[in-house]
Write a protein that binds this ligand. Structure first.
Ligand code: HSE
Length: 344
């Protein structure tokens, strides 16, 4: 089964997807019977290129890492904006990877609406539209008989959404708690090892963990967005960003961190979603944990999420929470899920 992909946004995650398809496309076709072909890429800064016959992922990757531009690639169409790319590229799946805006969800929201209304599957790692407008998007997808893949919105490629939605939903999820932002966990880990806050943040940006505007990470908005996504997609809630009690890590001083360490404790930014008496509440706040606590040993950009369920008790998932290839893998997971459901 062949799938034509249009990539909207070609930053860290889009480039990682191109890299994965460059290395794995033939193998994926052999192993799963799914052939993922990139037919268009459109990026606000790097330009756009479309070839309905397919673009070579290696060429895309090299063009962007070399010249930083897509327009130099030989192809029948250049210069299309996102909406034209969605409408005219012949894509079956729109992979939406533009920057996250947790206030409006735009421009991704407009892209996703257009793609779904045109009867195309969508895969996104963009938290904005999923945290803010999932119910509306889901309704359009159901009407059109297409899928929304959003695995990469929480814990990057570590399959937290799929675990919750497909495997633990019937166990009755009552609480989700853990480390759901990689950048802040990386910064806290580095600060405990003696690095300054500014250097740790710079390193997190260089490694591709941080949001385009890292204030989203350090002020706790990114984790709050993920808490909303977990609450709404896994617990059937209808929370908004304003419903999440949110405190970031910017108030933590090196002194706070060393005092905690001297007392056998460690600061972690903990996200929590709880259901009690039918009511779902969510919070994100720095929490001092004893070093023996299971979440205290989760360091760097690694994330961890404990699902508390009625039938199974606690199930904890630990894995990458941010990163280029890690999030690129989430997109691949969603593409394969579309193939499993529709590729008959
Ligand atoms: N900025 C996010 C983080 C990326 O650090 O967790 C993954 O969602």
């Amino acid at each position: 089964m062949k799938y034509n992909l249009a990539l909207i946004g070609f930053g860290n995650v889009g480039q990682a997807l191109a890299q994965i398809l460059r290395d794995q496309r033939a193998n994926l076709a052999r192993q799963f019977g799914a052939d993922f072909k990139i037919v268009a890429v459109c990026d606000l800064l790097k330009g756009s290129v479309c070839d309905p016959n397919g673009l070579d992922p290696a060429t895309l990757f090299e063009a962007v890492t070399g010249t930083g531009k897509l327009e130099t690639i030989v192809a029948p169409h250049h210069g299309w904006d996102a909406l034209r790319t969605i409408a005219e590229s012949g894509a079956d799946v729109v992979v939406e990877l533009s920057y996250t805006d947790l206030k409006t969800g735009e421009p991704a929201l407009t892209h996703l609406r257009a793609a779904l209304n045109a009867g195309k599957h969508v895969v996104t790692t963009n938290k904005g539209p999923i945290a803010l407008h999932y119910a509306e998007l889901k309704k359009i997808a159901e009407t059109k008989g297409v899928e929304i893949g959003a695995e990469g919105t929480v814990m990057s490629g570590t399959p937290s959404m799929r675990l919750g939605v497909e495997l633990l939903a019937a166990a009755g999820i009552t609480r989700l708690q853990g480390i759901i932002n990689g950048t802040t966990n990386y910064i806290l880990t580095q600060m405990e090892a003696g690095m300054t806050y500014a250097d740790a943040l710079k390193a997190a940006q260089a490694k591709g963990y941080a949001e385009a505007d890292p204030a989203g990470d350090v002020e706790g908005y990114d984790a709050a967005g993920k808490a909303v996504i977990l609450a709404n997609l896994l617990m059937g809630a209808a929370l908004t960003m304003n419903d999440v009690e949110r405190i970031g890590i910017t108030g933590l001083t090196p002194q706070d961190i060393s005092t905690a360490a001297a007392n056998g404790e460690r600061w972690k930014l903990i996200g929590k979603v709880e259901k009690a008496k039918g009511q779902v509440t969510a919070s994100v706040r720095p929490t001092r944990l004893p070093i023996t606590h299971p979440l205290a040993s989760v360091g760097g950009a690694t994330n961890a999420l404990t699902f508390t369920t009625d039938l199974l008790g606690e199930v904890t998932l630990i894995g990458p929470g941010a990163g280029r290839l890690e999030t690129g893998y989430a997109v691949l997971g969603d593409l394969l899920a579309i193939h499993r459901r529709f590729g008959k």
